[in-house]
Design a binder for this molecule. Structure first.
Ligand SMILES: Cc1ncc(COP(=O)(O)O)c(C=O)c1O
Length: 393
């Protein structure tokens, strides 16, 4: 991609930036793209591959050949994909604390080793990651302290508490909650963050590696059902760890069912477009809060510095959308039987906006030959807002 174009149209609720820094993905000290995390996930209670829906009605609405939706609204009995990263990363944090190789540590062994030692897992979250960490703490027999920014929906707080975690509300944004969680690190308090900061990268790296399971499952389902391999992959982003996992898969060597050319788009809320701002500036850039999008999982003002080089090299187009587009996407998915929360529907929201904006459609490659992949990364994690959005339709 050599052209640099940007468009912002407040009246249409979408803006985008065609990235002029696409290139080979840096390796970032990540583990090889293999199925090691998937094999470990398969040993966790309730693991099974989530659904990959082929949705011809919505494909027709977008004017594309195929629309695949990986549905993470139910993942190991939790309403988002985040347990994939939280579990792999929690095991890494515990292995580090025990001084053993994470590859050799399984859940029963870790639980026995932690028994009676007063270990706590600590995480900041806008909901889903914290619930995953809280679940892992429960499975490990450890306690959990989960920090959420003020304004977090009560239903999300209650869901984390239902895992047995202590939930603390931090004044300020998600980024303030991250800083508060980092300050809690201690002898027996293991911070399991999905974002990195100077001197803290190995756990967030494991989060990205843990998400790889989702993309291997997609490969398997595409093969099993004879679907077209994705040619346009749309990934929503908060700090960028999820997007980095997708980009590693489709721009790296992991993808086993490959389209001739794969284009990628990363989607953020208009008010928290920190990856787009970083791409425009050519360096890590903070978008100050408050971040008030209903896409709570994407309300992040600062990208993870660990994944930023990957996202920068692997993303063809950065797209920022207003909440109205995710609302429309939530309703469109509900109409075909898929329950998508606000952050979950963001990928489709960007595509619906693109279908309305020929310049954006051309930038992302939304055309009659496209085989599009989006991930519904969460179910109705704020049931009150979910009902309100559907009712408005
Ligand atoms: C439902 C959902 N989707 C997507 C994301 C984005 O993930 P990341 O912060 O790794 O970019 C999040 C993050 O919390 C989320 O909760």
């Amino acid at each position: 991609m050599t052209t640099t174009t940007a468009a912002t149209t407040t009246d249409t609720g979408v803006s985008w930036y065609v990235n002029d820094a696409v290139g080979p993905l840096p390796d970032g000290d990540f583990a090889p793209l293999d199925r090691a995390p998937m094999r470990r996930h398969a040993t966790l209670p309730g693991y099974r591959p989530t659904e990959l829906h082929d949705l011809p009605e919505l494909a027709a609405r977008l004017g594309v050949a195929q629309l695949l939706v990986k549905d993470e609204s139910v993942r190991m009995d939790l309403p988002s994909f985040k347990i994939l990263g939280a579990s792999w990363a929690s095991m890494h944090a515990v292995a580090g604390w025990l001084g053993v190789d994470p590859a050799t540590l399984d859940l029963p062994t870790a639980r026995t080793a932690l028994a009676g030692r007063g270990v706590a897992l600590v995480a900041a979250t806008d909901g889903n990651h914290g619930r995953g960490v809280a679940r892992m703490a429960r499975l490990l027999g450890a306690s959990a302290t989960i920090l959420v920014p003020e304004g977090t929906a009560t239903a999300r707080i209650e869901a984390i508490a239902s895992e047995g975690a202590r939930v603390e509300v931090v004044e300020g944004t998600y980024d303030d909650a991250i800083a508060a969680s980092a300050a809690l690190a201690g002898q027996a308090s293991l911070v399991v963050s999905d974002t990195s900061w100077p001197g803290y990268a190995s756990v967030p790296r494991a989060v990205v590696e843990g998400y790889s399971t989702m993309f291997h499952e997609i490969d398997d389902a595409v093969t099993a059902h004879g679907y077209r391999p994705p040619s346009l992959v749309v990934l929503q982003a908060g700090v960028g760890a999820f997007a980095a996992a997708g980009l590693r898969h489709y721009r790296g060597s992991a993808v086993t069912v490959r389209a001739a050319e794969i284009r990628t788009a990363v989607v953020e809320p208009t008010s928290a477009g920190c990856l787009m701002a970083s791409a425009r500036a050519g360096r890590l850039t903070e978008v100050p809060g408050p971040h008030r999008s209903t896409m709570a999982g994407l309300n992040c003002g600062l990208p993870s510095e660990l994944v930023w080089p990957l996202v920068r090299a692997g993303t063809d187009v950065f797209v920022a959308i207003d909440d109205a587009w995710t609302d429309t996407a939530m309703r469109a998915l509900a109409a075909v039987g898929v329950v998508a929360g606000e952050s979950g529907a963001a990928g489709l929201g960007a595509l619906l906006a693109a279908a309305d904006q020929p310049a954006l459609a051309a930038a992302v490659g939304l055309d009659a030959n496209a085989s599009v992949l989006v991930v519904n990364t969460e179910g109705a994690t704020d049931p009150e807002n979910y009902a309100a959005v559907l009712a408005r339709g």
